[in-house]
Ligand binder design. Structure first.
Ligand SMILES: [Mg+2]
Length: 286
């Protein structure tokens, strides 16, 4: 059975200390941390929200995408991926066809391998993942690289105050790189206890049932998919929600404008996540 921290790599697991939750991100369990770096967060909010058994069947699960939705890293992720490929194979990788937007990192890896005549991508996947994480950590150590998108912190704050709302992430990132991006953007990863990562499933729509199962395992509440809100910046975030009958809140802070996201079938498409009161009301159905 999945526990509340199984969605995170070991170094991100929560340690409860009194009424506080401590989350550690350390170099032993997280490839790519700068040497000796230990980041520790006191997350009293997580401890308060640990009483998820109080949730009712009217609850909502809100799943955020990361890149283009909560934050931007000014291409740090993509550059780190290509540099990792170069490092492993001693040659620059071409990129023409592999879709990056809204895709899952392991799928992007296999696409790059196919474009660059790498015969056995699975054999090289773990070394790639480690090299990518290390290079991403170096890039994100520059605080100018990451931008938390306007209104996102206020929206997360407001949703945390809602009694019947649980938060999570549904993202194509690996857990270790996704957590790194969240930290760089000023979000404690523990604020998103239900997580489905790019390495958890073969495609994005398959991540939603995983998030629901993890929520059920930690809360004991079985939510139908129509109680889920997927927040993302691409037509593939919309597709993920629509595949399961979940609601889709699309935001045009990535590479797709409001009209494109509306045509993709989003239930609500906005330019930014900055109208906190309106968005919370829409999410909880007030
Ligand atoms: Mg995105």
């Amino acid at each position: 059975m999945l526990g509340p921290s199984d969605a995170y790599p070991p170094a991100l697991r929560h340690r409860m200390a009194g009424d506080r939750a401590l989350v550690e991100l350390d170099r032993l369990g997280l490839p790519g941390c700068p040497g000796g770096l230990i980041e520790r967060f006191n997350v009293e909010r997580v401890a308060r929200r640990a009483n998820v058994s109080a949730m009712t069947s009217a609850a909502r699960l809100v799943l955020f995408d990361l890149d283009g939705t909560l934050l931007l890293t000014r291409r740090a992720g993509w550059e780190a991926m290509l540099e990792a490929c170069d490092e492993l194979f001693g040659r620059p990788f071409r990129h023409q066809h592999t879709r990056i937007d809204g895709n899952l990192d392991p799928v992007i890896w296999r696409g790059l391998c196919a474009e660059n005549d790498v015969a056995d991508p699975d054999r090289h996947h773990e070394p790639f993942r480690r090299a990518y994480a290390a290079r991403l950590a170096t890039k994100l150590a520059d605080p100018a690289r990451t931008q938390r998108l306007r209104g996102t912190l206020e929206l997360v704050d407001a949703l945390e105050r809602e009694r019947d709302v649980a938060l999570g992430v549904l993202t194509g990132n690996y857990p270790e790189t996704g957590a790194r991006k969240l930290v760089a953007a000023g979000f404690d990863p523990a604020r998103f206890p239900t997580a489905a990562w790019g390495s958890d499933a073969p495609n994005r729509p398959a991540l939603l049932p995983i998030a629901l199962a993890r929520h059920r395992a930690t809360s004991g509440v079985e939510l139908p998919p129509d109680r889920v809100v997927v927040i993302g910046d691409t037509p593939w975030d919309v597709e993920c929600a629509k595949t399961h009958g979940a609601r889709s809140l699309a935001v045009a802070t990535g590479r797709y404008d409001v009209e494109t996201l509306r045509r993709a079938g989003s239930d609500l498409a906005v330019r930014e996540l900055d109208d906190t009161a309106r968005l919370v009301a829409w999410i909880v159905g007030r």
